[in-house]
Every structure is written in structure tokens, then in C-alpha cells.
Design a protein around this ligand. Structure first.
Ligand code: ATP
Length: 240
């Protein structure tokens, strides 16, 4: 591929005190793609996203957004440069309305007309949020809160949208819906880096995926081809 990756991580090592959580992670995300990280609990998937966001610092290694090294920047600068994250567990503001939660997602922007356009765009993706514009976030159902968390991240029109377990705790029908929405957001131009326990659904919509085991990347490939990888099928797709 002659094109430059949007995000490029090289040889990242992260420690929590004495715990060596990331042991030399390297990965690339190209523009307009969906890339997934899959792996067992504790493999280091969340740590990888948290390090890209600047919430956790790496001891060695580099993180590059296009031509910019971002590994030493504070989180708010990384957000301004175009990386947004939907954290695990739908951290929305329960006492603020849907509208207020969305407006907080674009605090880095000033142009009111553009904000209005983006809000219309979010409501076209999530008509259910539109019906609930004035409802308090905390009174939304779990699935609606997840949609609000995704909508809020999209309000910053990020170059890269990172999502940590968007389907966690959702009923099966909603899980299906959230994956369709991820696909739709991607088709409308967003680049996505996704963590999922639901490996099959993630691989089905992913252009590329990385499998993590105890702090290392052990396998990678096109999403669809990993669906047929024997090791991946046994370990992550529940087949024998
Ligand atoms: P899960 O799917 O369970 O969220 P994960 O792949 O996202 O797992 P991480 O949350 O990145 O895994 O955790 C990687 C390792 O780092 C684990 O062994 C975990 O216990 C450890 N770890 C994560 N956060 C901390 C922390 N704040 N302090 C100490 N150890 C941590």
C-alpha cells in the first residue's frame, strides 16, 4: 500500500507499575477502514486505545497520526487533532439532555451552522435519539445511551473514531443494530478502530483485524479471512 496510514503505532510498550501490559504493539489504520482488535479479557485491547488517547503513557514506542507524533500530547490535544473515543460502559452525562450531551461532543468547534448540520446528521443515523432530544441521558435505555455515546463522539467529526466494546451488555437485536450503525458511519466517511468481544460480528464488518494475546499481536489479516482462520475460529469464534 503506497498510501500513508492515518494512524501508525510502532513497538508500543506500556506498564502499569510492574505489569507489562503492552509488549511491543505495532499496528496501522488506513483512512476510511474499519479495523478491529480482538482477544481475550486482559489481552491489552483497552490499554492500546487508552494509550492512543493519551490517557495512559507508553514507556517506549511511537504513535503517529498522519505525519504527527502524538504520543506525548495531552488527551485534549489528541482530541483536537481528530481522535475521538467511545469508552467502555457508555459514559454519558445522566443529568443532561440528549441535546446537551451531543453539544458537549463538539466543544472544540465554534461554528454554530456546522454544529446544527452535524446534529442533523447524527439524528439521521440515530432517529431514536431525535425523538428523545429533550430527555435526560440517564433515563435512556442501555442501547440508547450507547447510541448517545457514539453520537457524542461523532459530533467532533473525528478523523479516527475509537470504540471500546460498543455492543457490551446490549440485547441481541440491539447488538445487530449497533454493528449496522458502525458500518453505516464508516460508509459515510469515518475511520474506525474497534474493540469487540463479539469477534464474529466485528470480523464480519472489518476491513482488517488484529488478534491480541497477553500484550502482543499474534495474528492479523483481513477481517473476512480471519473468520476462516483455524486458530481464530477455535479461540474466539467458539468453534471446535
Ligand atoms: P478486557 O476485554 O477485559 O477489557 P483488555 O484486552 O481490554 O481486556 P486491558 O484492560 O488493556 O485488557 O488490560 C491489560 C492488562 O493490564 C490486564 O492484565 C489488566 O489487569 C492490566 N491493567 C489494566 N488497567 C490497569 C491499571 N489501571 N492498573 C494495573 N493494571 C491494569
Amino acid at each position: 500500500n503506497v498510501e500513508q496510514p492515518l494512524l501508525k503505532i510502532d513497538n508500543l510498550h506500556v506498564y502499569y507499575g510492574g505489569i507489562h501490559a503492552l509488549k511491543g504493539i505495532s499496528l496501522e489504520v488506513y483512512k476510511n477502514k474499519i479495523v478491529s482488535l480482538i482477544g481475550a479479557n486482559g489481552a491489552g485491547k483497552s490499554t492500546t486505545l487508552r494509550t492512543i488517547s493519551g490517557l495512559v503513557r507508553s514507556r517506549t514506542g511511537t504513535i503517529k497520526l498522519k505525519d504527527n507524533l502524538i504520543g506525548d500530547l495531552p488527551t485534549h490535544r489528541i482530541v483536537e487533532m481528530g481522535i475521538a473515543m467511545v469508552p467502555e460502559g457508555r459514559r454519558i452525562f445522566p443529568n443532561l439532555t440528549v441535546m446537551e450531551n451531543l453539544i458537549l461532543g463538539c466543544y472544540i468547534r465554534k461554528d454554530m451552522v456546522q454544529i446544527k448540520n452535524d446534529m442533523d446528521w447524527i439524528f439521521s443515523i440515530f432517529p431514536r435519539l431525535k425523538e428523545r432530544t429533550w430527555q435526560k441521558g440517564g433515563t435512556l435505555s442501555g442501547g440508547e445511551q450507547q447510541m448517545l455515546a457514539v453520537g457524542r463522539a461523532l459530533m467532533s467529526r473525528p478523523q479516527l473514531l475509537m470504540m471500546d466494546e460498543p455492543s457490551l451488555g446490549l440485547a441481541p437485536l440491539l447488538v445487530k443494530e449497533i454493528f449496522q450503525i458502525i458500518k453505516k458511519i464508516n460508509q459515510e466517511g469515518a475511520t474506525i478502530l474497534l474493540i469487540e468481544q463479539n469477534a464474529r460480528a466485528a470480523l464480519e464488518i472489518s476491513d482488517f483485524a488484529y488478534v491480541m494475546e497477553t500484550g502482543k499481536i499474534t495474528t492479523s489479516g483481513e477481517g473476512k479471512s480471519l473468520l476462516f482462520d483455524e486458530k481464530v475460529r477455535k479461540a474466539y469464534l467458539g468453534e471446535d
